[in-house]
Design a binder for this molecule. Structure first.
Ligand code: NAP
Length: 247
C-alpha cells in the first residue's frame, strides 16, 4: 500500500507481531504491500521465516523497557522512514480474581499494557507530528473493556483505559489528520487464551452466535480497512470483532 504523493510503500509499526493476532496482522500487511516493522521480547518461527525479507524489520524489544523500544523505532525509521501507522497489539493477560492477584502480576500488567503502550504511542506520535503527513493509530483492545467478565478485572482495567485513550487521542490528533481507532476482539484461539478450561470454552461457544472462537486472521480485514484511505473519515471508534458474543 503506497503513499499517494511519494509512491513509496507505507510504513506500519506494530508491537507484538511474533505470535497470535499480531502475526496474522503482519502477514496481512505484507501481503497488502506495506512495509512492516515489529518487535516483541522473543523471536518466533514466523519471524525467522521473514528475516531479511524486503519490507520487513523485526527486533527484540520489551514494551516495559523504554530504551529498547526507542532503539527499535530508530532502526525501523532508518530503514523505512517515518511511520504512517502504529498498531498497538502487544499485551499480556492476567487471569484470576482481583483479591488473589499478586502484586507482581498487577505491576507487570500495568507496565506493559498501560504505561508501555502509552509511552510507545507518544514516541510514534511525536514522529508522526514532525512528519506533518497525518497517520493512523490502531489500538487492539478487547471486549473486556465493554462487558464484565469474572477473573478479568485487572486486564479489563488496562483495556478500558486503552479505549478511553483512543477517544481522547482521536480528539487531540484529528486536526493533524492522524486517525485513532480501536478493535475489540472477543475470544480468539491464541497463546493468550490457551489456558482457558474446556468448560469455559464451551460456555463461550454457546454464547457466540457464530459458534466458534475467533482465529487471528479474523481481524486482518478490519485492520486493513482502518489503515486505508477508505476509512479517512473514521476516528475515535471501536469495532467489536467477536462473532456476536456481546450482542
Ligand atoms: N487472544 C484473545 O482471545 C484476545 C481477545 C481480546 C483481545 N486480545 C488482544 O489482542 C492482542 C494480541 O493478543 P494475542 O492473543 O495475539 O496474544 P499472544 O498470542 O500472547 O501474543 C502477544 C504478542 O505480544 C508480544 N508481547 C507480549 N508482551 C510484550 C512486551 N512486554 N514487549 C513486547 N512485546 C510483547 C508477544 O511476544 P513476546 O511474548 O515474545 O514478547 C506476542 O508477540 C492483545 O492486545 C490482546 O490483549 C486478545
Amino acid at each position: 500500500m503506497s503513499n499517494r504523493s511519494t509512491g513509496q510503500p507505507r510504513h506500519v509499526v506494530i508491537s507484538g507481531g511474533s505470535r497470535g493476532l499480531g502475526k496474522a496482522i503482519v502477514q496481512g500487511l505484507l501481503d497488502a504491500g506495506y512495509q512492516v516493522s515489529t518487535f516483541s521480547r522473543n523471536s518466533s518461527e514466523f519471524i525467522e521465516r521473514f528475516a531479511g525479507r524486503e519490507g520487513f524489520y523485526f527486533a527484540r524489544a520489551d514494551l516495559a523497557d523504554g530504551p529498547s523500544v526507542s532503539s527499535f523505532l530508530k532502526s525501523a525509521e532508518a530503514l523505512f522512514g517515518r511511520p504512517y501507522a502504529l498498531i498497538n497489539c502487544a499485551a499480556i493477560a492476567v487471569d484470576g480474581l482481583l483479591a488473589t492477584t499478586s502484586e507482581d502480576s498487577i505491576r507487570k500488567l500495568l507496565l506493559v499494557n498501560a504505561e508501555g503502550t502509552l509511552r510507545f504511542t507518544r514516541l510514534v506520535v511525536r514522529r508522526m507530528l514532525s512528519a506533518r503527513s497525518g497517520g493512523v493509530i490502531l489500538n487492539i483492545s478487547s471486549i473486556s473493556s465493554l462487558r464484565g467478565f469474572t477473573g478479568m478485572s485487572a486486564y479489563a482495567f488496562t483495556k478500558g483505559g486503552l479505549d478511553a485513550f483512543t477517544r481522547a487521542l482521536a480528539r487531540e490528533l484529528g486536526e493533524q489528520k492522524i486517525r485513532v481507532n480501536s478493535i475489540a476482539p472477543g475470544y480468539y484461539d491464541t497463546d493468550m487464551s490457551h489456558n482457558m478450561s474446556n468448560a469455559h470454552k464451551q460456555q463461550i461457544l454457546r454464547r457466540t452466535p457464530l459458534g466458534r472462537l475467533g482465529s487471528p486472521e479474523d481481524v486482518v480485514g478490519a485492520v486493513l480497512f482502518f489503515l486505508s484511505d477508505q476509512a479517512s473519515f473514521i476516528t475515535g471508534q471501536c469495532l467489536v470483532i467477536d462473532g456476536g458474543s456481546t450482542v
